[in-house]
Ligand binder design. Structure first.
Ligand code: ZN
Length: 271
């Protein structure tokens, strides 16, 4: 049951022999970068210790900088709880749907960011490479929409995304399984950045026997973002299924049932 939280715990992963982004083993001639994952810019100064640092090829890491350009927006998102309606971060737009204000964010960035974190934490916990094309379903901590490049207004896709919100049952199920296994003590966990970044996961199987990892990711109180709209807290959960199977040291899900309140049904780290 890997549970990592201290500088000592994170020492080994700094010496991984492969790049968690491309999967290649490092060669003596490679120029190697130390990737702070997630990036330090996301965290307030007092919260920057202890970071997870993974070695990457310099070139592989540089490709991620496009995403990192959105980090500024992301900080606003994460600290959005202190913002009021009308002072929204730039990447969020409020639209009226059926008379209710709904917040939309640039979903693609969130997906990209979540995938990078999942791959980073997979390498941190299991010292294995997780290819970027690994089958996955992510439920970000905010609903997503698309924006018109010229006007910045949400497009029709917003309506489609609302329909996609019926994925909520799946979101609740993943959250439930994580909470259940937290009570049972059968999760793998990485706590970094002064406790402001928590990644927790558990391993189970599909009906067809394929292994799946169900994970939750919490950065500050980003599950509160949707509460501007009077929505219940919505955390980040998801699943992925590596082609190479379940890592040997990964923790299997409990088959026991433990009663709990589950009042925050959409938040894997909630009650
Ligand atoms: Zn690489």
């Amino acid at each position: 049951m890997p549970s990592l939280a201290t500088q000592q715990d994170f020492r080994d992963v700094q010496k991984l022999s492969f790049c968690y982004l491309c999967g290649e083993e490092f060669k003596p001639s490679d120029s190697i970068n130390r990737d702070h994952m997630p990036p330090s810019a996301l965290f307030e100064k007092d919260d920057r210790d202890v970071p997870v640092i993974l070695p990457t090829h310099y070139e592989c890491n540089a490709k991620e900088h496009v995403t990192d350009e959105f980090i500024g927006q992301f900080i606003a998102l994460i600290h959005g709880r202190t913002l009021k309606l009308g002072h929204r971060p730039l990447d969020a737009t409020v639209v009226q749907v059926a008379g209710k204000p709904i917040t939309f964010t640039r979903d693609l960035n969130l997906h990209h960011f979540i995938r990078r974190c999942v791959r980073g934490f997979h390498a941190t916990l299991y010292h294995e490479w997780l290819p970027s094309n690994t089958a996955n379903v992510f439920h970000p901590p905010a609903r997503g929409g698309q924006f018109d490049g010229d006007t910045g207004e949400p497009t029709d896709v917003v309506q489609a995304m609302l329909i996609a919100d019926n994925g909520l049952e799946q979101h609740k199920l993943f959250s439930y399984v994580l909470k259940q296994n937290r009570i049972a003590g059968s999760t793998d966990i990485v706590i970094s950045r002064n406790g402001k970044c928590v990644y927790e996961c558990v391993w189970t199987t599909f009906d067809n026997g394929k292994p799946i990892c169900i994970f939750g990711l919490k950065i500050y109180d980003w599950q509160q973002f949707e509460q501007f709209d009077g929505q219940p807290p919505r955390g980040c959960v998801g699943i992925y299924s590596p082609a190479t199977g379940r890592p040997k040291i990964a923790t299997r899900a409990t088959e026991l049932e433990f009663p709990f309140a589950n009042s925050d049904a959409l938040d894997p780290f909630g009650r």
